[in-house]
Write a protein that binds this ligand. Structure first.
Ligand SMILES: C[S@@+](CC[C@H](N)C(=O)[O-])C[C@H]1O[C@@H](n2cnc3c(N)ncnc32)[C@H](O)[C@@H]1O
Length: 213
């Protein structure tokens, strides 16, 4: 009798993401996330943390806006690529790339003027604990932006991870904030996309934007 197949790696592990990034020269568009651009373009730059930075498009955009960025990701394949993109963009000196598992270990040391978490999809217990630490990492007057795929996307035919418990609405995250925070946006923002057959659909980004103070 043959040995049972090992379980597939979970999509919040280095094994999963290294394989995903190694499967293509570029996985994401190279453009910064539209919700980050919409909410942060007019914010005076300071020190930012990009959690799950991937191929670095958001970190590079922030650096171009004058931010000093600490970018953390579990995938060394993604970080090597991000580092090269930052050098090409001429902003390498403004970004520190940190290889780490933010579920298993601490976040880079704060405080930060902006903590940005874009499309980190992990189950409820893990994301609640992670988002609490992201909240704690924001300094006085600083901003928190957390963006994810809204659960309503599951009914649209958009390509999405198989596990449905990794999606969340912004209201869930807003519920983690105490009275010391001002919620600036708690939205499900529509965005044009295509379904798995290429037909046009509307998806929604869950967007939580809040200021400490
Ligand atoms: C969907 S991608 C989003 C990448 C980037 N934020 C963007 O919007 O283009 C999720 C990213 O989170 C990273 N990630 C997943 N689990 C992680 C973990 N436990 N610790 C640190 N990074 C993680 C992945 O390597 C991946 O780059």
């Amino acid at each position: 009798m043959s040995a049972p197949e090992p379980p597939p790696p979970v999509p919040w592990s280095a094994e999963f993401w290294d394989a995903r990034y190694a499967s293509a020269d570029r996985v994401w568009s190279g453009e910064p996330n539209p919700q980050l651009v919409a909410d942060v373009s007019a914010v005076p730059p300071g020190r930012a943390l990009d959690v799950g930075a991937g191929e670095g498009a958001d970190s590079i955009w922030l650096a171009r806006q004058g931010w000093t960025v600490v970018a953390v990701d579990v995938s060394s394949v993604a970080l090597d690529r991000a580092r090269r993109h930052a050098e090409f963009a001429g902003v390498a000196d403004r970004i520190s790339w940190v290889h780490g598992d933010v579920l298993a270990g601490p976040l880079p040391a704060g405080p930060f003027d902006l903590v940005s978490v874009e499309f980190m999809h992990v189950p409820l217990a893990e994301r609640t604990e992670l988002f609490r630490r992201c909240i704690d990492a924001v300094g006085p007057g600083g901003l928190l932006q957390i963006v994810g795929h809204h659960p309503s996307d599951l009914a649209t035919g958009a390509r999405r991870p198989a596990r449905h418990d990794v999606f969340y609405a912004a209201e869930e995250i807003a519920g983690l904030l105490d009275d010391g925070w001002t919620v600036l946006a708690c939205d499900a923002r529509p965005r044009p996309a295509v379904d798995h057959q290429g037909a046009p659909i509307t998806i929604h980004d869950a967007v939580l934007l809040a200021r400490r103070g």
